[in-house]
Design a protein around this ligand. Structure first.
Ligand SMILES: *Cc1c(COP(=O)(O)O)cnc(C)c1O
Length: 454
């Protein structure tokens, strides 16, 4: 609750900090949660209140909020070499080791890694690489990028243009040349009488029609999340990637897997593309790459794109792109430690917890106002509906999912409203007892809010 103490943390937060992606009237009414420390999968605020964070921060804090292994990796590296760049033929030993590790983990037999400070910048970098190739390879028209409605790829001008969310229109985005095709959410977008297989075929045909209408030689790439994250946890319809990959291949269009959420174990395998059994031409990584302990993103190029970028760079002596903190040694040391944790047991824990996670989602989906549960590995969502049979959503002005999330916060559980759904993506260090606490608190909140709006 907001309070009348001008020196309180939440008043101070509001006075001098500009909030991103925050509903300001709600904050004015409820106050800001100012977080002071972590305890495993919990955060503790300046008022001493403890919350189980069922969203792992923003999908990224997979090893919890006070992991001693990651803290030590950071402090050891800070003591040795506190920072360096990756320009002019110099880079840290940690950077070398992390690239080796990422290529080894990738589905590629060889490849190269380019580092950024975020997932948005990794997508931006990828697009600049493709535009660079277009010019260098004598195909200056090959600049268009295809993504999906509901896909999330970031917030910089280019990555926001890739993102298929309506809010970007307030910036006059997308920029020209960014094309969005259909979202593979069968439950919501399947037509009357259409089977899931027919739905997948329809989306694949729509993709091919779009490619032909735009001109195949004007398309630089198709970029997709294996499971859409910020779009509301949307696993692809059955056979989706198997249906679209041959079309892209036929037209010579690279398939890029935006693994910023799926990468590093979230879906139960190291990569989402492994879970859905396809091999992309490049992988975009961030978030769990450092378990959220350092801002870092990476473009992991497969053999063909690596070779083409290398050849094009040699022709003009360099690839004229890079960030001051690209390949930061502390970020790389943390990423190596974080990957060590995932390979050393956290990835296995995701697989071990998945049946209990799915059972909890399925149980809550029995409620008459939950239309669908969906998910993969430790990412899931429950979609609220006013009428289950007709899938009719609640009126937007009821803000049902926001009210559910607020009721959860009041009971010590952080979860996120996305459209009409509630998203859950707990840290990989959770136990079954944490999942029970999460589903118990969420169930109380659902009952409370559905009783209010029924
Ligand atoms: C979060 C996210 C991004 C953007 O990453 P930032 O680090 O926030 O810039 C890109 N792609 C996907 C799939 C994401 O979930």
């Amino acid at each position: 609750m907001p309070n009348d103490r001008p020196n309180s943390w939440d008043r101070r937060a509001e006075a001098h900090t500009l909030y991103g992606f925050t509903d300001l009237p709600t904050i004015a009414a409820r106050g800001t949660v100012v977080v002071e420390r972590g305890e495993g999968p919990y955060i503790v605020d300046t008022e001493g209140r403890r919350y189980l964070d069922a969203n792992s921060g923003l999908w990224n804090m997979v090893a919890g909020f006070d992991n001693p292994v990651l803290a030590k990796a950071a402090s050891d590296q800070y003591a040795k070499l506190g920072g360096y760049h990756a320009f002019f033929g110099r880079m840290s030993d940690q950077t070398v080791m992390l690239s080796e590790k990422l290529v080894e983990l990738s589905p590629f037999d060889r490849g190269r890694v380019f580092y950024t400070n975020s997932g948005s910048e990794a997508n931006d970098t990828l697009v600049k690489m493709l535009w660079f190739l277009a010019g260098a390879e004598g195909q200056p028209q090959r600049r268009k990028i295809i993504t999906r409605t509901g896909g999330y790829h970031g917030v910089t001008a280019v990555s926001a243009s890739m993102t298929g969310k309506p809010y970007n229109s307030v910036f006059g985005l997308p920029m020209p040349g960014f094309i969005h095709v259909g979202c593979p959410h069968y439950w919501r977008f399947g037509q009357e009488g259409e089977t899931e297989a027919q739905f997948t075929t329809r989306l694949a045909q729509e993709l091919e029609a779009t490619i032909l209408a735009e001109g195949p030689d004007t398309i630089a790439a198709f970029v997709a999340e294996p499971v859409m994250g910020a779009g509301g946890v949307i696993p692809p319809s059955a056979g989706y990637f198997q249906a679209i990959q041959p079309i892209l291949k036929r037209h010579g269009i690279p398939l890029i897997s935006d693994e910023v959420i799926c990468g590093f174990g979230r879906t139960g395998a190291m990569w989402g593309c492994e879970t859905y059994d396809f091999v992309p031409d490049a992988i975009i990584a961030s978030k769990a790459l450092t378990a959220g302990y350092f801002p870092m993103g990476a473009v992991i190029l497969g053999p063909e794109l690596s070779d083409r970028i290398h050849t094009a760079s040699e022709a003009i002596e360099e690839f004229p792109h890079g960030f001051t903190a690209s390949g930061h040694p502390v970020g790389c040391a943390i990423a190596l430690a974080s990957i060590g944790l995932i390979e050393g047991g956290l990835g296995e824990n995701v697989r071990a917890l998945t049946p209990a996670f799915e059972a909890g989602l399925a149980r809550l989906a029995e409620h008459p106002n939950i239309g669908e549960w969906r998910g993969k590995g430790l990412m899931g969502a429950l979609e609220a509906v006013q009428d289950k049979a007709t899938k009719t959503p609640f009126a937007g002005n009821l803000s049902v999912s926001e009210r559910i999330a607020n009721a959860c916060t009041d009971h010590g559980l952080i979860c996120r409203p996305l459209g009409q759904s509630i998203v859950l993506c707990p840290p990989f260090i959770c136990t079954e007892a944490h999942l029970e606490e999460m589903f118990g608190k969420l169930e109380d909140a659902l009952k409370q809010v559905f009783a209010e709006v029924a």
